[in-house]
Design a protein around this ligand. Structure first.
Ligand SMILES: Nc1ncnc2c1ncn2[C@@H]1O[C@H](COP(=O)(O)OP(=O)(O)OP(=O)(O)O)[C@@H](O)[C@H]1O
Ligand SMILES: [Mg+2]
Length: 381
């Protein structure tokens, strides 16, 4: 990451109010991307994370120019680009389906991306070899796409996108086909390359670890809507809504419907479940005020944040797994499973009762109707 991205510097790419509706005149149009506002800073790496069909590829294809925007504007490096042909946008893209040219060797596929880049043949050849080494495909440079594996095609496609000079790099699941070790190796190299050259990029992944490891910020999408764009710590500690809260983090956040009362104390009651009773001063005034507007909320606590063998709530142990460095416990709470993680070996066995506590500082509160965050720990959302 370069200095300007760190300090929140210049915006390289800006999407404003972008919509994508496929088959708008059909009986059932598909509203794939909805009112998308997205700013990516110069030199920044943004991961696009979300479940299948949430609109990730549609977003990248609109930026690259392979799909028209239905509404909205796209600005890159100070130029409005949404009406320009793909070749004139200054965007390099590695496609989800690789789309290599079958009649060309891997080498020529990669080199083809340099046509028009005004560099001499020797430099072009050097650039191709360097990027091929980076993604570990040097031995297959003279083969044709039809004779190499899916993982090799994927890396050839990635190399072809990376070799070009461009204002923006779009990588659609660039390492999805690769086995875990190669993936981890390439992730490190890719991060170094993008960082060293200050290459502004957006990459799609389904893998949270990959998103966290590679990106400066993560954009979480669902149902065509950007849910939150934030760094990894914010997404964990200050999720904007219930979707992000339960989507980000492994194992996922535990959530329960609860009644709430705010007075001298702040009390949450889960039906047939725990009562959480806090002194009012464990919450800021604005958090108390926000919580007090509601009679019902959704409360959430991450598995790592539960305190075990402490407090006055008890739950029956459903399972207890020691993973070698941490214990994962499933507890029966209000007829649901609540997962707790402890970084020591827990002695509890199935059907034991275990005491647990939720520290106020680790409690997340969400609106029961729209799922928007109300408070995180002591602070209002
Ligand atoms: N050409 C098209 N015509 C009609 N609908 C489409 C078209 N392309 C995509 N869609 C629909 O738009 C929605 C978003 O698709 P998109 O490919 O952007 O999802 P995605 O987030 O990339 O999913 P995945 O993780 O599976 O790749 C889906 O409902 C999909 O079926
Ligand atoms: Mg996709």
């Amino acid at each position: 990451m370069n200095a300007s991205a760190k300090s929140g510097g210049d915006v390289a790419l800006s999407l404003a109010g972008v919509d994508k509706i496929y088959a708008p005149t059909a009986e059932r149009p598909v509203h794939a991307v909805k009112a998308l506002d997205l700013d990516v800073r110069k030199g920044e790496i943004v991961a696009l994370l979300g479940s299948s069909g949430c609109g990730k590829t549609s977003t990248l294809r609109m930026i690259a120019g392979f799909e028209a925007v239905t509404r909205g504007s796209i600005t890159l490096a100070g130029r409005r680009i949404e009406h320009l042909a793909p070749a004139r946008r200054g965007v390099a893209m590695a496609f989800e389906g690789y789309s290599l040219y079958p009649p060309l060797t891997v080498r020529d596929n990669i080199a083809f991306a340099l046509k028009g880049a005004k560099i001499n043949a020797r430099d072009a050849d050097k650039a191709v070899r360097e990027v091929a080494a980076l993604v570990e495909i040097e031995p297959i440079l003279d083969r044709y796409p039809s004779s190499i594996s899916g993982g090799q095609q994927q890396r050839a496609s990635l190399a072809r996108a990376l070799v070009r000079p461009a204002d923006l790099y779009l990588l659609d699941e660039p390492m999805g086909q690769l086995e875990p070790r190669l993936r981890a190796l390439l992730r490190g190299r890719l991060k170094q390359l993008l960082g060293e050259r200050g290459m502004t990029s957006i990459f799609v992944t389904h893998d949270q670890t990959e998103a966290n490891a590679l990106a400066d910020r993560v954009a979480v999408m669902e149902g065509g809507v950007l849910q939150q764009l934030a760094n990894q710590t914010e997404l964990k500690e200050r999720p904007a809504n219930l979707f992000v809260a339960t989507f980000i983090g492994e194992p996922p956040m535990n959530v329960f419907d609860a009644k709430v009362e705010v007075g001298e104390r702040v009390r949450f009651a889960v039906e047939n479940g725990p009562r959480l009773d806090f002194s009012a001063n464990e919450f800021s005034e604005s958090a108390r005020r926000e919580i007090a507007k509601r009679a019902r909320v959704v409360i959430g606590v991450r598995p790592h944040d539960l305190r075990l063998n402490s407090g006055s709530n008890e739950a029956r142990v459903v399972s207890n797994q020691w993973l070698g460095d941490q214990s994962h416990l499933a507890l029966d709470v209000a007829g649901k499973l609540m997962v707790a993680v402890a970084f020591s070996e827990m002695g509890a066995s199935r059907r034991d009762n275990l005491r647990y506590d939720v520290p106020a500082a680790k409690l997340h509160v969400f609106d029961a109707d729209d799922g928007k965050a109300v408070s995180h720990g002591a602070a209002a959302a």
